[in-house]
Write a protein that binds this ligand. Sequence first.
Ligand code: ZN
Ligand code: CU
Length: 485
Amino acid sequence: MSPTAKTRRCTFIIENGLIVDGTGNTATEGDVAVDGERIVGVGDCSGFRADATFDAGGKVISPGFIDCHTHDDRAVFATPDMSMKASQGVTSVVAGNCGISLAPFETGNGLPPPFPLLGREENFTYPSVRAYREAFERKPPALNLALLTGHSSLRVNVMKADLERPAKEPELRDMQDRLRQAMRDGSIGLSTGLGYPPARNAPREEIIALASVLWEFDRPVYATHMRDEGDHVLEAVEETIDTGRRAGVQTVISHHKCSGPKNYGRSTETLAAIAAARAEQKLGLDVYPYTASSTSLLPEYVRKSEDVLITYSDPHPEMAGRRLEDVAAEWSCDPIEAAERLYPAGAIYFQMDEEDLKRILAAPGAMVGSDGLPGGTKPHPRLWGTFPRVLARYVREQRLLALEDAVHRMSGLTAQTFGLTDRGVIAPGAYADLVMFDPDTVTDTASFKDPEQPATGIEKVFVNGNIVWDGDHSSSARPGRFLTH
Ligand code: ZN
Ligand code: CU
């Protein structure tokens, strides 16, 4: 160590940790020194003189987790402490997924499903990404956020309520221009929700034409909730691969799953197709560690599920947390009619296989993303439990993933895939987004019955060098940044 380094001052040091640096490399014992918003030393930091010191007591220090699949577009304003994510060790979220982004969005044309997952029409107050970003920076939340531009948002802006058809040529050009503007305003890419009503009649060529615009920008991402996640999941994977290859951009398959009992086990087929494509093009995927999904309460999903729980209902708020079948019995109608009477509503659908989930979680290129839906009365527990659940269930209990590998899929791999510079790793010069946790006790306590519970074992969480979660509570710090490329 040079003599100047020996006298170097810094803001704080976390001493005596087991450093899991986010790259996938083997953990090492040591310290992490932070000055201001950046990491300045890793390993032996005895040469630093710090204003404050934390003793990790041999526990893990890792990069803060990056939740690459969220619908936190509005949550960062509505609940700026972001406890449901900070309590998991999450320090950055990617919002605007599944084709629906809060910005850019022009209201007055109704709010087709699944847009109500983000809020009511009066909450859509950001006609541009620039307006969204300015609002964010005026009153920052606790965590960092990067925003994808939703294809369905672009469709509503341009095609208004007339969505059950392909976009016409001038409409497509208008959408391309709006996407370019969104990218200039700081969006990191495009998302689609091709299985949902506002986009299901958009042909593949429409998506390729839009995703091709991304080429003009630095490290863009195309993330897709595919056209089908059930009987035609393999065709949907093939469409995604083709779209990504023809547009020439980093592509991410969102919340990969094979849903419906007759498709259980088919992840062997989809993952083989993904692995083959990964040899030729940039393709990743994200997954949440539960065998139940959650989205709007729609009849088509009810038909394909083993069991359905209601997360919220605007006309019948008292039904949140109940089984759809029980509500239907009480109302003496069938579940489809009950679903229609409950809408606008959200639901949890039990429709996946544990073996598929494990195979997907361990697949090359797979990242962890919660797909949590804030705002429900009884939300899917993934909103509060995703990251600790991977560490507890799939690292410690089942040993499906090594700790270093799991952390990589929650941080370094995600930052690399989504082009988030100087995030997701512990290295000198990187931002001080950090989490200190106890690998022996970390546990998700959020359950389907009691979903809004913070994890245990996540001891300290830092965002840009500031503590945002301390033991069992949020701090008052709001150091979040709007992340751009
Ligand atoms: Zn989705
Ligand atoms: Cu989603």
